[in-house]
Design a binder for this molecule. Structure first.
Ligand code: UTP
Length: 282
C-alpha cells in the first residue's frame, strides 16, 4: 500500500493532565513553539497521502472546527502589511485542494475505541489511519513510514511502537512479539492495554499512530468496556488478530503531559533555528 486515503483524529478527550491550560483551550490546539499540535498531525497525515481528514471532536471544543475556517480577512491584512512569512504560515494551515474535512462529534468520552468508531461513517474503503495528535513525532513522518510498510495481505493492523521504562508499562497498550525480528514491522501474538508491570508481556508500547483494516469498526461495535472502564482501541485490535508493531525512526514526545510538551517545544525551537540559519546561509 502506498497511500492512505482516510485518517481519523480522535480529539474529543478531556485533556485533564493539562488542566487548567485545557479548561478552555483544547489540548490539540496547544502550541508547540509556533504551531498547534493538531497542525503537526494534519501535516503528517497529508505526507502519508491522506485525502480525507476525519476529526472526532466534542461539542465543548468548538475551537477545533474554528481552526479550520479559512480566514480570508486575516490573510488580506497580513498581505497588506507585507508580513509574508506570517501569511505563508497561515496559508499552510489551510487544507490543500482535493482534501476533504469531516468533523463528527463524540458526545460522551467513552474511550479511544469509541472515538474511532464515531468516525466509521466517513472511513471510506481500504485501510484507515489514526493519529493521536498529543503524541508528536518529529523527524521522518511516522504515518508515511507506516504506510510504506503496511501490507494489507498479511496485516490487520500496524501500530507505532517504542520501548518504555518498566514503571510506565501500565500507561500503555503493550505488545507481545518477537523483538529479535529485524524487520521494522513485528508480528505480535498479543496486545494488552495498561497491564500491571508484573504481568506485562514486554516493554514495547503503542504510541498514537495506527493503520487499521476496516474490520476494526465491526469489532469495535461489539467491544465492551475494558481498562479504566473505557472502550479501548487496543482490545479491538487484539480481537482482530494479525497485529503488527512498527518501529518508527522519529522521536516521539508525549505532549499530553506537561514535561513532554516542554521537551517538544524545545526540540521544535531547535529545528526552526536550524532551518532559519540554513536559509540565511544561502
Ligand atoms: P488520552 O488518554 O490522552 O485522554 O486520549 P485525554 O482525555 O485526551 O487526556 P487526559 O488523560 O485526560 O489528560 C488519547 C487521545 O484519544 C482522544 C483524546 O482526545 C486524545 O487525542 N480521546 C480519548 C477521544 O477522542 N475520546 C475519548 O473518549 C478518549
Amino acid at each position: 500500500m502506498r497511500t492512505l486515503n482516510t485518517v481519523i483524529f480522535p480529539v474529543a478527550g478531556l485533556g485533564t493532565r493539562m488542566l487548567p491550560a485545557t479548561k478552555v483551550m483544547p489540548k490539540e490546539l496547544l502550541p508547540v513553539y509556533d504551531t498547534p499540535l493538531l497542525q503537526f498531525a494534519i501535516d503528517e497525515a497529508l505526507a502519508a497521502g491522506a485525502k480525507r481528514i476525519v476529526l472526532v471532536s466534542h461539542p465543548d471544543k468548538p475551537a477545533i472546527a474554528e481552526y479550520f475556517r479559512h480566514d480570508a480577512a486575516l490573510e488580506a491584512t497580513l498581505a497588506e502589511k507585507g508580513k509574508h512569512d506570517l501569511l505563508a504560515a497561515v496559508e499552510a494551515s489551510n487544507l490543500p485542494e482535493g482534501v476533504d474535512l469531516h468533523i463528527v462529534m463524540q458526545h460522551e468520552q467513552l474511550g479511544l475505541g469509541h472515538a474511532v468508531l464515531c468516525g466509521a461513517d466517513y472511513a471510506g474503503d481500504g485501510p484507515v489511519g489514526v493519529i493521536l495528535p498529543d503524541d508528536l513525532i518529529l523527524g521522518a513522518p511516522c504515518l508515511a513510514e507506516m504506510t510504506a510498510a503496511y501490507d494489507p495481505e498479511t496485516m490487520n493492523s500496524l501500530v507505532a511502537a517504542q520501548q518504555v521504562a518498566p514503571q510506565h508499562v501500565s500507561r500503555y497498550g503493550i505488545f507481545d512479539c518477537d523483538e529479535s525480528v529485524r524487520d521494522d514491522a513485528l508480528p505480535c501474538a498479543r496486545f494488552v492495554e495498561k497491564p500491571d508491570p508484573s504481568v506485562a508481556p514486554s516493554r514495547l508500547a503503542a504510541v498514537g499512530r495506527y493503520i487499521l483494516d476496516q474490520s476494526v469498526f465491526d469489532i469495535l461495535r461489539g467491544t465492551g468496556r475494558g481498562a479504566g472502564g473505557e472502550i479501548q482501541l487496543t482490545d479491538a485490535i487484539a480481537d482482530m488478530g494479525g497485529i503488527h508493531a512498527f518501529r518508527f525512526s522519529g522521536t516521539r514526545h508525549d505532549c499530553g503531559s506537561k514535561d513532554g510538551l516542554v521537551e517538544a517545544t524545545l526540540a521544535v525551537q531547535k529545528m526552526r533555528k536550524r532551518a532559519h540559519l540554513s536559509v540565511a546561509a544561502k
